[in-house]
Design a protein around this ligand. Structure first.
Ligand code: PLP
Length: 424
């Protein structure tokens, strides 16, 4: 069953059961809010899969990782920093299903040291990684991330397969990788493909076929297959949720054929980032100016693309709602507004389409002091935030059982200049 997208209202006074305006006053703005229960629900949606491996790059704050772990998911790490975060949040490297998998196209020196020190399972995205790991940890088990020769999606920046992609091991190089592995006694126990088919089930079945072909080449040592991430969530009212049952069925059928091939049971992993956390998060900002430029009306916020980069980076759409400062439900007249931030950069606009085209949005008329709520900001929101324009990064608050808990303090000027020195 495909659930329709929620109605994205342009008026919102509450988040996860709590009034937004007092939270904004208590913790200040810009402010990231997260709904812990929604993260648990999204993990529960995927229980048909043997393993839910959270791609933490979507939102790697320690408290979020902790809640993900308590909800029964394991984690993916793409850098030394993410390995350290996973360890700090209580994930362990060991166990039949590794609690942490390092997935990347390279080892930098630090990540290779860490992976060796903690015996962390590696998903190799380049043949060189097999040699580099094998040299330091002969006899290790590894997964291969395969680029099946085709990708998906129209955005060059988010496509994860095909000749243009830097990700994974080219599908015609699997034999060569097995020879490399043999040299170090390394065993290939898993195959991974992260293509991001989204809702395109026709495309997904091609990925499944590519998985089966790859496992046929590798053979009986394979005990795990991973379907990667890329599960979409609706950002607009005309978009829908993915049909998880059908998505699972395609992969499960493929897994069963693979089990026939290899003669033993095979674990099926899924590796979502966005799906688990996108909807759980919102960025709350204060309206600091309302002005007209000819016929255009601008709402300017105290949050910019330093806080939420996706609109400026990909032209992504986020739902936007007005929360009047007094928390009232009173309706304001709808107007066409362009929503922007404080940065000295003309691209600092939240209402833009791919290619950087500035658009307006029908929103209730805001006044200075009101709050705007940018929805579906939990994935690639805080995680991509920066200090551009010497802005301190926002505070983060987790809402759980009706309680608001600070999980990251707002950065201070001292945080901003830590490590800087003025030589004589
Ligand atoms: C980014 C990433 C994911 C998660 O992608 P989503 O689109 O957020 O689900 C999963 N696996 C790998 C290897 C990734 O790099």
């Amino acid at each position: 069953m495909i659930a329709a997208a929620p109605e994205f209202s342009t008026h919102q006074t509450h988040f996860a059961g709590l009034a937004i305006a007092p939270l904004a006053e208590q913790f200040g703005t810009p402010l990231y809010l997260y709904d812990a229960e929604l993260i648990r629900q999204r993990i529960a949606d995927l229980t048909a899969f043997d393993v839910v491996r959270y791609a933490q790059k979507a939102c790697s704050s320690l408290a979020i990782l902790d809640r993900v772990r308590r909800a029964g998911a394991v984690v993916d790490a793409v850098s030394a920093g993410e390995i350290r975060r996973a360890l700090a949040a209580g994930f362990t490297a060991h166990g039949e299903t590794p609690g942490i998998v390092y997935t990347a196209d390279i080892f930098d020196r630090e990540s290779l040291d860490l992976v060796v020190e903690h015996a962390i399972h590696v998903n190799c995205g380049s043949p060189d990684m097999i040699d580099q790991l094998g040299d330091r940890r002969p006899g290790a088990n590894v997964t291969l991330r395969i680029n099946p020769g085709f990708g998906h999606g129209h955005s060059q920046k988010t496509n994860t397969g095909g000749e243009q992609s830097k990700h994974g091991i080219w599908h015609e190089q699997v034999d060569e990788c097995l020879l490399r592995a043999d040299r170090y006694g390394v065993t290939v126990t898993g195959i991974h493909m992260h293509i991001g088919s989204g809702t395109d089930l026709e495309h997904l079945s091609q990925v499944c076929q590519a998985m089966e072909r790859t496992v046929a080449t590798v053979g009986r040592t394979v005990t795990t297959i991973s379907s990667g991430g890329g599960l979409p969530v609706p950002y607009k009212s005309d978009e829908s949720f993915i049909d998880i049952e059908q998505y699972y069925r395609l992969w499960d059928d493929s897994r069963k054929r693979i089990e026939q091939q290899v003669g033993h049971s095979v674990r099926l992993e899924i590796e979502p980032g966005r799906y688990l956390v996108a909807e759980s998060g919102a960025l709350v900002a204060e309206v600091r100016a309302v002005k007209k430029m000819g016929t255009n009306r601008f709402f300017l916020l105290d949050a910019g693309f330093n806080d939420l980069a996706r609109p400026a980076m990909y032209g992504s759409h986020h739902p936007i709602a007005l929360c009047p400062r007094d928390g009232s439900e009173t309706t304001r007249p709808d107007v066409d507004a362009i929503v922007g931030g404080p940065l000295c950069e003309s691209g600092d606009i939240f209402t833009q389409a791919e290619g950087g085209f500035v658009c307006s949005r029908k929103l209730p008329l805001a006044r200075v002091g009101d709050f705007l709520v940018l929805g579906n900001a939990g994935a690639y929101g805080f995680a991509m935030s920066s200090n551009y324009n010497s802005k301190t990064r926002a505070a983060e608050v987790l809402i759980e059982a009706g309680q608001a808990k600070l999980i990251r303090s707002r950065e201070t000027f001292d945080d901003l200049i830590r490590g800087e020195q003025i030589p004589d």
